[in-house]
Design a protein around this ligand. Structure first.
Ligand SMILES: [Zn+2]
Length: 327
């Protein structure tokens, strides 16, 4: 089974041992809720899927779980997750083991499983060195190096959302100022759009703010941009440039052949992508960019859940080969 828990949505799937998805369910969630509430709902949905396929819970062999925060991969727990402080050290594996007693449960962060999904079923097939960037409520990266996910020593590799862009910038959920995430992710885009609506620099956004009861979401900024609203386009381009500047450093450091961009903000289309590309090309070394491809992931909402299943399968077969891993 694969579980992709995003900040605002749940995606759950049941697959056979070849990774073929048999049944799938998605619904909105809110990770600010307690872990018992969100994971309890995941368990209910998983049970519904098993019932629909006439499978008993003990027959489930593996569960891959993606969560939107820093994961200590060896222990399978979140450590100081800015979006969801109540999840700190919550035993996610044990929670699912109560119902799915035979399952091996693997927990990873949401961007790593998206990178795995891209590698398994997207344009990342056969690509040995790539970065998957998720831009949504937060910003993070999954790094595939030599064909394998690079998690680093403790699991925090790729957490690019907290790289400092402006020391005097707005306060980030992590407690520092001017992190990429606080400057360029969905909430930052929405808050800059609110400012443009308030100060009258965008009549279009002002109108949207009124019709939406006083709030603007990133989707509305995107819609305004599509209609040619200059303030909205500037906000989107600025965001793309800041993300591109950080990616340029990663390109110099890691020399990937591909960068795939996914997450909610990836729907923003060409203005965002062009700004990201321009910043990367301007600031990276020519040798690193000659063959570099930067594009949106074409897997949309599928990469997370496909990757979660891929993660479960990877560990399932690794254990078959090395039973001592089962501790
Ligand atoms: Zn931060």
């Amino acid at each position: 089974m694969g579980i992709d828990i995003g900040a605002t949505s749940l995606d759950i799937a049941l697959a056979d041992v070849t990774g073929l998805i048999l049944q799938r369910r998605s619904e909105p969630t809110d990770v600010h809720l307690r872990p018992e509430t969100v994971l309890g709902r995941c368990s209910e949905l998983l049970l519904e899927l098993t019932q629909a396929q006439a499978i008993h819970p003990p027959q489930i062999l593996g569960i891959g779980v993606g969560v939107p925060g820093p994961v200590d991969f060896a222990r399978g727990v979140l450590v100081a997750p800015p979006l969801m402080p109540e999840w700190e050290n919550f035993p996610i594996r044990d929670f699912f083991k109560k119902t799915f007693v035979s399952a091996f449960v693997v927990v990873d962060n949401d961007v790593n499983i998206m990178a795995l999904g891209e590698q398994r079923a997207g344009d990342g097939i056969g690509v040995d060195h790539f970065i998957f960037v998720k831009i949504g409520t937060g910003i993070g990266a999954g790094i595939v190096s030599n064909g394998k996910i690079h998690r680093g020593s403790d699991g925090s590799a790729g957490d690019i959302g907290h790289i400092c862009v402006d020391k005097n910038g707005p306060l980030c959920a992590c407690g520092n100022r001017g992190c990429l995430e606080a400057m360029a992710a969905g909430p930052a885009i929405a808050s800059r759009a609110m400012e443009a609506a308030r100060n009258g620099s965008s009549p279009n956004l002002s109108q949207m703010r009124k019709s939406k009861g006083g709030a603007i979401r990133p989707e509305e900024v995107n819609a305004a941009g599509r209609e040619g609203d200059q303030a909205a386009l500037d906000i989107i381009r600025d965001s793309g440039q800041m993300i591109g500047d950080v990616l340029a450093s990663l390109v110099n450091f890691f020399n990937p052949s591909h960068i795939f961009i996914g997450g909610g903000i990836a729907n923003f289309g060409n203005h965002l992508l062009v700004a990201i590309r321009k910043a990367v090309l301007n600031r990276s070394l020519p040798l690193a960019t000659t063959h570099l491809s930067i594009k949106f992931s074409r897997m949309g909402l599928n990469s997370g859940v496909v990757g979660a299943i891929s993660l479960a399968l990877e560990y399932l077969f690794a254990i078959e080969d090395n039973p001592h891993m089962l501790v």
